[in-house]
Write a protein that binds this ligand. Structure first.
Ligand code: TXA
Ligand code: MG
Length: 328
């Protein structure tokens, strides 16, 4: 049975109250949402995604005033970051309040919290009045979804309702920052950049330590299409596409600077040269290239500059997922 897609907030709230699953449109990627206070509802998320139960999920809130219900201690750093970036694409890791279930935190003593900016997500959170637990709305380890149609394709009737907020604005997942201490620790790069974080807090941003809270998106193999994906410099990409064509194999290319060669069996997408636009289209492009049914996806390496950090992070993981042949 096909899942219903619509914009009915009251219907979505009723489903959440009954312990069902609603796909939520934030500004980053679609989330697979459930009542964050209900163990049964959150377990349905894990089942729908095929995700191991010890992975924590982010709790989405209507506003920063709800932080104290979920965090044991709202640090001065967390207050600064919330004031600077919420509503927006930033997730804060804080010590959890005693009432937050292990089913949300994966048994850790921390909880991930964020206030999304998308107007429909905001309307849903306000009407629901409590936290909505939501990981990205894709099967575990696969490419995230950025439109309601992609959610429906990816999860089918494993989700009860898809709240259609159109194509996600940013297109890649939120920046995750451990805000328990005095300086922000970057756990996952995103739209909110290291420079933004430093400007808002006046503190240097640290890289994660080995005992940092676990972030499933930081598993090497993640965000991976089913087709093997290789990340290459432009000249090598062209050579490989030609070699594959000579072998009668087909390649699907995400190019930036290189021009499309005259080769048989090549599916070609020219990606934008601007980092934000590239990110906006990234997951839809990977889905389209994956759907072309080629032997390999060849992605031209974007520049190594700071504004490309989040994009390069996701591409490296997609390539790692392809290398290990597993998506977990
Ligand atoms: O933009 C986003 O962040 C999207 C939308 C739906 O909000 N969500 C998202 O969820 O990307 P997910 O589950 O695919 O990735 C969330 C990451 C995971 O890697 C998870 O491990 C991490 O957040 N996370 C959640 N709670 C955590 C915690 N208590 N400690 C450490 N990491 C946590
Ligand atoms: Mg995810």
């Amino acid at each position: 049975m096909a899942v219903t897609i619509g914009r009915d907030i009251a219907h979505a709230v009723a489903i959440l109250q009954q312990g069902g699953l609603v796909a939520v449109p934030p500004e980053t990627v679609y989330g697979l949402g459930a009542d964050a206070r209900s163990a049964g509802a959150v377990r349905r998320i894990y089942a729908a995604k095929g995700r191991p139960a010890d992975h924590p999920v982010i709790v989405h809130l209507a506003d920063a005033a709800q932080l104290a219900d979920w965090a044991h201690e709202v640090t001065p750093l967390a207050k600064k970051l919330a004031a600077g970036f919420w509503p927006g694409p930033l997730t804060l890791i804080l010590r959890r309040a005693a009432t937050v279930g292990d089913f949300v935190t994966g048994g850790q003593d921390t909880v991930g919290l964020r206030v999304p900016a998308h107007p429909l997500a905001q309307a849903l959170l306000k009407a629901f009045g409590s936290g909505i637990a939501a990981p990205s709305a894709n099967r575990f380890g696969r490419v995230s979804t950025t439109t309601a149609e992609h959610v429906a394709q990816e999860l089918g009737d494993r989700v009860d309702y898809v709240l259609d907020g159109g194509a996600s604005d940013f297109g890649i997942e939120s920046t995750i920052v451990d805000a328990r201490g005095a300086t922000p620790v970057l756990l996952r790069p995103g739209q909110v950049s290291v420079r933004d974080l430093e400007a808002a807090t006046g503190a240097g941003v640290a890289a994660p330590r080995t005992d940092a809270p676990r972030v499933s998106g930081s598993l090497a193999a993640h965000y991976a299409p089913a087709t093997p994906l290789l990340l290459l410099e432009g000249d090598l990409l062209l050579e490989l596409a030609a070699t594959l064509a000579r072998q009668g194999k087909r390649s699907a290319v995400l190019a930036m600077d290189v021009r499309q060669p005259l080769l048989d069996g090549v599916t070609w997408i020219a990606a934008p040269a601007d980092a934000a636009a590239y990110a906006h289209h990234l997951y839809a492009n990977l889905r389209a290239l994956d759907a072309a049914g080629c032997d390999a996806i060849l992605v031209e390496k974007p520049p190594a500059r700071a504004e490309w950090l989040a994009v390069n992070d996701r591409l490296l993981r997609a390539a790692a997922g392809a290398r290990t042949g597993s998506a977990s």
